[in-house]
Design a protein around this ligand. Structure first.
Ligand SMILES: NC(=O)c1ccc[n+]([C@@H]2O[C@H](COP(=O)([O-])OP(=O)(O)OC[C@H]3O[C@@H](n4cnc5c(N)ncnc54)[C@H](O)[C@@H]3O)[C@@H](O)[C@H]2O)c1
Length: 342
């Protein structure tokens, strides 16, 4: 049986997507050099699905090693998650981000084109929109000048895919995620990064568990419901399922070879920072240690998705809201902490 190559399959979204793919009958193989993950994720995937997925600990930047993977495996589609993703770090180390995210993807596309891969799905981000004057943002919302090298790698990688598959026997989906969060409902899989997470929900749960002293809420004077920033949090299992649906969509020949289609993946619902804190307090029954400080440079006040295109074309409709996200994120954080203490 031909396989799906999942790059970054040991990372947060990649591992949850493998679970969804396996549960829908797909066979997967991963390439992940553990830059921000750990091999134990493969056991967690196996304990949920009953299937052991093989990972090649190969750096995408190492083209010769990557070519070997394509020699070993019969692959017909690629879901490409592997990238560095910390906005702040990308400002400090732009060349690291350009090499890892762009060169890695160029190598992957070259291997894909040499090996007749039919379908390519790419992890992009709502950062490509910057702060839009019109909310919710649609796929037609203009792309803004990238605020960080990380954001620029997403814009460039989208363009590289569009250009390199034109007139080739490959079609693609470019998936612009809003704010992924939460964990698998079984609480056997969640976010386990090697580098400290910077996103709001894992920071809230880390403060809740006591591994961070305090949460700083940057700004309370934005023109939003309660003055704090608004983001569109999407449950990681809903997001994972969007990849399975995208693959089915590409396989169905609804997308001509040579075409790359863009989809927003969010819930269409914005949640403020203070509402997210409230949600954690409701789920945990505890008070979170947080303080309100000045605005942080570079933060946009509000963004949330119009995902109607994904709903119509992919038949994708996220089922879970901020309460489910917080419940699973908190449950997972407590289990992680117990394992660290053991
Ligand atoms: N998590 C988010 O908030 C978010 C939002 C928008 C887009 N994205 C994108 O989604 C994708 C997955 O994000 P995630 O949250 O799962 O991140 P993650 O760090 O948990 O997973 C990425 C995985 O890729 C691996 N990797 C990185 N560079 C590699 C390389 N050169 N060769 C092989 N493996 C490599 C890492 O070890 C890691 O396991 C990324 O492309 C990210 O930019 C994430």
């Amino acid at each position: 049986m031909a396989k799906i190559l999942v790059t970054g399959g040991c990372g947060y979204i990649g591992s949850h997507t493998i679970v969804d793919l396996v549960e829908h009958g797909y066979e997967c193989v991963s390439v992940d050099n553990y830059l921000n993950s750990d091999p134990s994720v493969l056991e967690q995937i196996a304990s949920i699905t009953g299937k052991k997925v093989k990972n090649y600990p190969v750096d995408l930047v190492n083209k010769e090693a990557l070519k070997e993977v394509f020699k070993q495996e019969d692959i017909y589609a690629i879901i490409h998650f592997a990238a560095l993703k910390a906005v702040g770090e990308s400002v400090e180390k732009p060349l690291l981000y350009y090499r890892n995210n762009i060169e890695g993807q160029i190598n992957l596309l070259e291997c894909a084109l040499q090996n007749n891969i039919y379908h390519f799905i790419f992890s992009s981000s709502c950062t490509v929109y910057g702060q839009s004057d019109h909310l919710p943002v649609t796929e037609e919302t203009p792309i803004a000048k990238a605020e960080s090298p990380y954001g620029y790698t997403k814009q460039v990688c989208e363009r590289i895919i569009e250009d390199s598959i034109r007139n080739k026997e490959m079609n693609a989906c470019l998936l612009r995620y809003f704010n992924p969060a939460g964990a698998h409902d079984s609480l056997q899989l969640g976010e386990s990064p090697i580098n400290p997470p910077m996103n709001l929900i894992p920071v809230i749960t880390e403060v809740g568990i006591g591994s961070r002293p305090e949460l700083k809420v940057f700004g309370s004077d934005y023109e939003t419901r309660d003055g704090s920033c608004v983001r569109d949090y999407i449950h990681v299992m809903d997001l994972a399922n969007a990849h399975t649906k995208s693959l089915q969509y590409l396989e169905s020949k609804n997308v001509d070879f040579g075409d790359a289609e863009v989809f927003n993946l969010g819930t269409g619902e914005g949640t403020t920072v203070l509402e997210a804190i409230n949600s954690w307090e409701e789920v945990s029954g505890e008070k979170l240690n947080y303080s309100i400080v000045d605005r942080r440079e570079g933060d946009i006040p509000a963004i949330f998705a119009d995902y109607s295109k994904a709903k119509e074309s992919l038949g994708w409709d996220p089922k879970r809201g901020i309460g489910d996200i917080m419940k699973t994120a908190w449950g997972w954080e407590k289990i992680r902490r117990e394992n660290i203490v053991k």
